[in-house]
Design a protein around this ligand. Sequence first.
Ligand SMILES: Nc1ncnc2c1ncn2[C@@H]1O[C@H](COP(=O)(O)OP(=O)(O)OP(=O)(O)O)[C@@H](O)[C@H]1O
Ligand SMILES: O=C(O)C1=C[C@@H](O)[C@@H](O)[C@H](O)C1
Ligand SMILES: [Mg+2]
Length: 172
Amino acid sequence: MRIFIVGMPGSGKTTLGRLLAAATGMKAVDTDRLITEKYGKTPSRIITEEGEKIFRELERETLEEVLKMDDLIISTGGGFPIFSGNMDRMLENSYVIYIKTSLDVLWKRLKHDKTRPLSNSNEKLRKLYSERKPFYEKAGIIIDGSLDSRANLAKTLDKLSSLGIVKKTMVN
Ligand SMILES: Nc1ncnc2c1ncn2[C@@H]1O[C@H](COP(=O)(O)OP(=O)(O)OP(=O)(O)O)[C@@H](O)[C@H]1O
Ligand SMILES: O=C(O)C1=C[C@@H](O)[C@@H](O)[C@H](O)C1
Ligand SMILES: [Mg+2]
């Protein structure tokens, strides 16, 4: 069984992936991190130095690699579900969680971060949000991203257990 986590940059995908893995005993991976390890460069460097098209191809390859694995929670890059039919591919035989976070909350988290070439201004972030929303909203499970990390984890576990995806786990 695989669970993908999707959402805007800064919505808390990596954080939730790690917490969810610790609570369920599943392994957490992160597509940005897998790409960085395999190609020796961060996504933002790949985008800046080689172009976004190359980065999106690497994401597509990474998706096929993780689809070969099992018992995995996969946090994705912000643009991952938008390109190459990736969202439909994820939905074919995995669960997908969307962390739905308001633009105000996202901008508060991202405004001091200079390392994000695609969302380094409020205008760019707004445009990305409206373009990406329809893709994210295809997810079968939608979580309110304005909660703190702990409450977010508890809500997610509740949803996953009510759907019979994971067994109810104690969260301290
Ligand atoms: N539920 C939350 N409430 C408040 N802050 C959070 C929450 N989840 C994550 N954060 C903080 O927001 C920032 C972004 O979190 P995180 O890296 O998990 O997001 P992401 O969606 O993986 O972002 P990226 O687009 O970089 O992959 C971090 O500083 C993290 O500590
Ligand atoms: O929103 C995006 O398109 C991106 C988000 C990051 O997680 C990285 O995947 C990369 O910087 C692109
Ligand atoms: Mg992340």
